[in-house]
Structure formats: C-alpha cells, structure tokens
Design a protein around this ligand. Structure first.
Ligand SMILES: NC(=O)c1ccc[n+]([C@@H]2O[C@H](COP(=O)([O-])OP(=O)(O)OC[C@H]3O[C@@H](n4cnc5c(N)ncnc54)[C@H](OP(=O)(O)O)[C@@H]3O)[C@@H](O)[C@H]2O)c1
Length: 313
C-alpha cells in the first residue's frame, strides 16, 4: 500500500474513519476527522451525557506514575487529540504524578470545551514512585477537593471519586466529607473505586453514588458482580486497566479473534468491553497519540454474539 502502511494496519487505523491515517502524515481518506460514533452515550448521574469510550489520564505522567512525563508536549498532544476524537470523559486523580495529570489536563484543555466531563479522585496518597497509600480522613479529603478544583481550574468537579475506601476510616466519615463538598457546590456527582456491591449499597446510605471504577478487562473479571449491580442500579461502571494495564491482555482466544477481525488485541479488548454492558465506560490510558487513535477506532469494531461468547469462555 501507499505510504508504507500494510493492509492490516490500514484496516485497523481506518476503523476510525480515517482518523488514524494522520499517524503516517496523510490526509484523512474517509471524511469525518472526529470519531463521533463512540459506541453511543451514557448519562452519568442522569444528567451528564458522555460518549461511552473515555480516556484515562494516568499514563501521561512520569515513570511509576510519578512526576512529569519525559515529553511534556507529547502528553499535551495526547490530551488535545483525545478531545478532537470525541472523548468527553477524562479520568484522572490527584494521585497521578501526584498532581501532574490534573495540571496537564488544565494546561492542555482549559478553557474546557462544553460538555467535557473531568472525573478526578482523591483518597490515595503517594509516598513515592509506584507507591500508593489510602487516606480517607475527612479533613484530608476536603482539602483534596479544594486542591483539585484549583489545579483543574474548575468551579465544580463533575465527578469526584473516592479512590479507595480506607480500612482505617469508616466509609461514612470519608463520604460525609464529600457530601459536604457536594452541598457546597464543589462537586456535582460522587463515585467509588474498587468496591463490592455491599460496599456500594452501604455508601449509598450516606450519599448518592453515580459511578464505580473497578479493575476489569477481558482477562480479569473478578468484579462481575459489581458490574451486574451497576447495571441493575443504572450506575456507570468505569473499568480501569481496560486493555490490561501494564501487562496487556493475553490469551489465544483474544489473539485469534483479533486476527479474525483484522484488529489489534487492544481494539478487541475495548470493543468487547463496550459490548459487554451498556453501563460500561472504558477509560483506556496511553501516552501515545498513535495508540490513542488505535484505541478510539475500536468504538467502531462490532463483535457478533458468537464472538462475544467465545471471548467470555
Ligand atoms: N481507580 C483505580 O484504582 C485506577 C487504577 C489504575 C488506573 N486507573 C484509571 O484507569 C485508566 C486506565 O488504566 P491503566 O492505564 O492502568 O490501564 P490500560 O488503559 O489498560 O493500559 C495502559 C497501558 O497500555 C498501553 N497501551 C494502551 N493502548 C495501547 C495500544 N493501542 N497499543 C499498545 N499499548 C497500549 C499503554 O502504553 P502506552 O503509553 O505506550 O500506550 C499503557 O502502558 C488510567 O489512566 C486511570 O485513569 C484507575
């Protein structure tokens, strides 16, 4: 093929309607530049409509999710490109960097386009690179909200997630602090992370919960019961590590299915999630524009019921 793209790569990239072709510096061949077809939308909390395929902004930081990325301009480009491609749900946390992910989002995208939902989190502290430690103390969380507002240059955070339930602090106390921030107009909606159905039900006695963010992908379905709970209750389920996190997704079935669809395993993992449930809001993360474009193109990849079944086996 022209421009040195082999057929398989061409088909993979063109799933995005030409979007990916800019990777090799050619003009888009298939019309619309933006991936408007984001595999439909979901209303977070009943009032924030987002395209279901979002973006996770953890990987735009330094190694070990620590400090600034090696190439700050590249990180800015990834964020801008995500929005260009139709992403209107970006997940971040004060702990990513710490602080640098939120700061980069503001640097790249503020003033924010209408309808962009930035979901941040608090409740995990960072003693060092690769280290994470919960702190769910109410006073700590209250200042986290204030600091995220400042870094993100927002008057109100659309979705604030409790990054972890701290086993040393009753969840009612942690959530009570977020409830206060909500009453003060600093937070619109509240979400949880890494929680069971029982924990969500208990949390909802203190404050309305609209989303849950648990680890979930083709290889790791430990939280299936939480997903079922979210479906029943109409809560958004934001799977983290949707394309397998550090290790990727690996199985013979996935490799075979990807080959059969002329797609990459990453695209297959995303397409599977989107079709797995209407409340699924995948937030794949990347530091690379080429990977981002490839991932976004997965919204157009459709799996048959048989293919879905084979992958779930
Ligand atoms: N709530 C929580 O406790 C929690 C925990 C972890 C993450 N999160 C959130 O979930 C988001 C996603 O999680 P994650 O980043 O751990 O996992 P992920 O999105 O499954 O995987 C990201 C990794 O996959 C690589 N990758 C992505 N797309 C690729 C592609 N098309 N081809 C090749 N490699 C690709 C990335 O490397 P490159 O940079 O080289 O593309 C990166 O190393 C994070 O950004 C964060 O917002 C939440």
């Amino acid at each position: 093929m022209e421009n040195g793209i082999d057929r398989r790569r061409f088909v993979r990239l063109s799933l995005a309607g030409g979007v990916g072709l800019s990777v090799v510096g050619t003009a888009p061949l298939f019309g619309a530049e933006s991936t408007k077809n984001m595999s439909d939308t979901f209303k977070i909390g009943g009032d924030l409509t987002v395209n279901r395929l979002g973006f996770g902004a953890m990987r735009i930081t330094g190694e070990g999710i620590w400090g600034w990325p090696k190439d700050r301009n590249a990180a800015i480009k990834v964020l801008k490109r995500a929005v260009e491609l139709g992403v209107n749900l970006i997940d971040t946390a004060d702990a990513y960097g710490p602080e640098t992910s939120e700061l980069l989002i503001a640097e790249a995208l503020h003033p924010y386009p209408k309808g962009l939902v930035i979901a941040t989190k608090g409740g995990l502290t960072r003693p060092g690179p690769g280290q994470w430690s919960p702190n769910g103390k109410p006073d700590y969380l209250k200042q986290c909200v204030d600091k995220s507002l400042k870094r993100l240059k927002l008057d109100r955070i659309d979705l604030y997630q409790l990054h972890r339930i701290d086993s040393k602090v009753p969840m009612e106390d942690s959530l009570g602090a977020l409830k206060e921030a909500q009453a003060a107009g600093k937070i619109r909606h509240i979400g949880l992370s890494e929680v069971s159905p029982e924990e969500i039900a208990r949390a909802r006695k203190t404050v309305p919960i609209v989303t849950v963010q648990n680890r979930y992908n083709l290889d790791d379905r430990k939280w299936d019961k939480t997903l079922t709970y979210c479906e029943k209750e109409g809560l958004g389920f934001m799977p983290w590590a949707p394309v397998g996190g550090n290790g990727g997704v690996h199985s013979t079935a996935v490799d075979a299915a990807a080959k059969a669809k002329n797609a990459t395993v990453y695209q297959l993992a995303i397409a599977w999630l989107l079709q797995r449930s209407p409340v699924m809001l995948p937030i794949p993360g990347t530091s690379s524009v080429a990977h981002l474009e490839e991932n976004m193109a997965a919204a157009k990849l459709k799996l048959t019921p048989d293919e879905m079944k084979a992958l779930a086996a």
